[in-house]
Design a binder for this molecule. Structure first.
Ligand SMILES: *[C@@H]1O[C@H](CO)[C@@H](O)[C@H](O)[C@H]1NC(C)=O
Ligand SMILES: *[C@@H]1O[C@H](CO)[C@@H](O)[C@H](O)[C@H]1NC(C)=O
Ligand SMILES: *[C@@H]1O[C@H](CO)[C@@H](O)[C@H](O)[C@H]1NC(C)=O
Ligand SMILES: *[C@@H]1O[C@H](CO)[C@@H](O)[C@H](O)[C@H]1NC(C)=O
Length: 286
């Protein structure tokens, strides 16, 4: 899964070889001009830290007098507002370059909803992880581009407030224990390109409104308890190239018009009770 998030390309890793000198001077000058962590963001992050229960690496050494903009895994803009909170969990096979650290356990604090400039929130784990609900307050993060909370043990339903995240391009909630239905508010996420919510316990039908999110290029709904059929509105998803629904309780016809989606190169629809031709007949996992 190559994330399309703007903010994940921030900082030194986005320096190409040719631009490295320019990039260095940009980084050092922006550090000189930067302000320390904004008070609201500092208390939001201390609230977050207070609900983390693991022996969590450098979170341990972080206290009320720390400038949170100088803390590893946090990035601020020049006004001291936090734009990125990116805590890698246990080793990520998909991205071995990322410094793998520690399993992050505990719950997600509602105070994270006060990080009003946040663009990138990533707490992906692989073995251990966060428990409890996704705080509805995350729906206050109007600038959020990426919400990556895959591989935890989050439970409860997906809050409909996430429909307020109108800048969101990438939503990863896979490998959790989320239940309930897909909130219809998700239809407001018109910039969404990636929707990875596989391996949860979601019920109900696949929302037809998802077919109106025309920027989607990847949808993974595998291994939930979804019923009903694949909405015919999905033929509007002209940019779709990954589409996975295996391991649900879907039935009915596969919309034949899905075969007109010329960009669809990877599908995994069977072995549900779906009838009809599998587009491109690839039918394999990603
Ligand atoms: C806060 O952390 C700094 C190091 O980052 C340390 O020097 C200081 O003593 C700590 N303050 C408290 C109250 O723990
Ligand atoms: C931060 O969030 C909490 C919980 O949502 C709220 O009670 C509190 O007033 C907020 N603090 C600030 C400074 O905005
Ligand atoms: C979520 O998991 C916790 C235990 O980690 C449990 O106490 C709680 O009832 C669960 N909530 C839901 C909605 O399943
Ligand atoms: C398919 O992908 C190509 C290139 O990746 C893109 O230019 C095009 O707009 C996409 N959509 C359709 C309908 O071909």
């Amino acid at each position: 899964m190559a994330s399309s998030c703007r903010s994940s390309r921030r900082g030194t890793t986005s320096c190409s070889f040719i631009l490295i000198i320019l990039c260095f001077s940009f980084i050092s000058s922006s550090q000189l001009l930067s302000q320390a962590c904004h008070d609201v963001d500092r208390s939001a992050l201390l609230g977050f830290k207070a609900q983390i229960t693991s022996d969590s690496g450098n979170l341990r050494t972080w206290n009320a007098s720390t400038d949170c903009c100088q803390v590893q895994h946090i990035e601020c803009d020049t006004t001291g507002r936090v734009v990125q909170l990116n805590i890698p969990g246990t080793p990520d096979m998909a991205a071995p370059d990322e410094t793998s650290t520690f399993p992050l356990t505990g719950t997600l604090s509602p105070t994270l909803g006060n990080l009003s400039s946040l663009e990138f929130l990533k707490i992906n784990n692989h073995y251990e992880g966060l428990v409890g609900p996704i705080p509805p307050e995350l729906g206050n993060l109007q600038n959020l581009d990426c919400l990556h909370l895959g591989g935890n043990h989050l439970n409860g339903s997906i809050p409909s407030s996430l429909g307020n995240l109108v800048q969101l391009t990438s939503l990863y909630l896979f490998n959790n224990q989320l239940s309930g239905v897909l909130p219809s508010a998700l239809q407001s996420l018109t910039k969404l390109t990636e929707l990875y919510i596989e391996r949860n316990q979601l019920t109900g039908e696949i929302l037809p409104e998802i077919g109106n999110l025309r920027n989607l290029n990847s949808i993974d709904l595998r291994y939930n308890n979804l019923q009903g059929s694949i909405p015919s509105s999905f033929v509007n998803l002209v940019n779709l190239y990954n589409f996975y629904v295996r391991g649900n309780r879907l039935s009915g016809e596969i919309p034949s018009a899905l075969q007109s989606l010329t960009n669809l190169t990877s599908t995994d629809l069977s072995p549900d009770q779906l009838k009809g031709k599998i587009p491109l007949a690839i039918g394999q996992d990603a």
